[in-house]
Design a binder for this molecule. Sequence first.
Ligand code: FMN
Length: 174
Amino acid sequence: MKTLVIVAHPNLKHSVINKMWVDRLYEEKDITVHELYKAYPDGKIDVAVEQQQLLNHDRIVFQFPFYWYSSPSLLKEWQDVVLTYGWAYGSEGTKLRGKEFMLAISTGGPEAAYQAGGYNHYSMSELTKPFQATANLTGMRFLPTFTAQGVRFLSNERVRESAENLVERLKASY
Ligand SMILES: Cc1cc2nc3c(=O)[nH]c(=O)nc-3n(C[C@H](O)[C@H](O)[C@H](O)COP(=O)(O)O)c2cc1C
């Protein structure tokens, strides 16, 4: 099982949790870490390189901090240009079919805020529907989302623990 983690954090230097996750993931030999903002500081994504990376892996993971209830913008751009008709979807677009797809998301808001009646009203499962629909359209199996929530209030120990939990989840069979 080869896993590709596509990391979309615009400022990893000032990140706490995504940086910790990335540093930990680099230690895993069956996990490829791909830092989008580092690879494309000018925002111009090399579609052929990205598609080849996807072909080389069985499990695709999007890792990002939740920005406005979605991903940072470069990951949206990545989806727009890499997941093309006739490649990722459409009657002949079968390249991702059978792969697994997972989200690893950090949120500023605590878990309790993400429910009906809570501060943000909607659950993470509801708010990530576009990603679930994308997995569906491209024939990828959507795995349960990994989250770390209320990240400002997490102790260093809990942050480190979340990195270990993420690795465990990324290596698990579903
Ligand atoms: C532009 C922007 C938008 C954000 N939007 C949300 C949001 O919609 N929901 C939320 O819970 N946190 C939001 N946050 C907080 C980030 O998710 C949080 O700071 C991040 O997950 C922390 O991870 P890091 O330490 O790796 O940067 C936002 C932060 C920024 C800068």
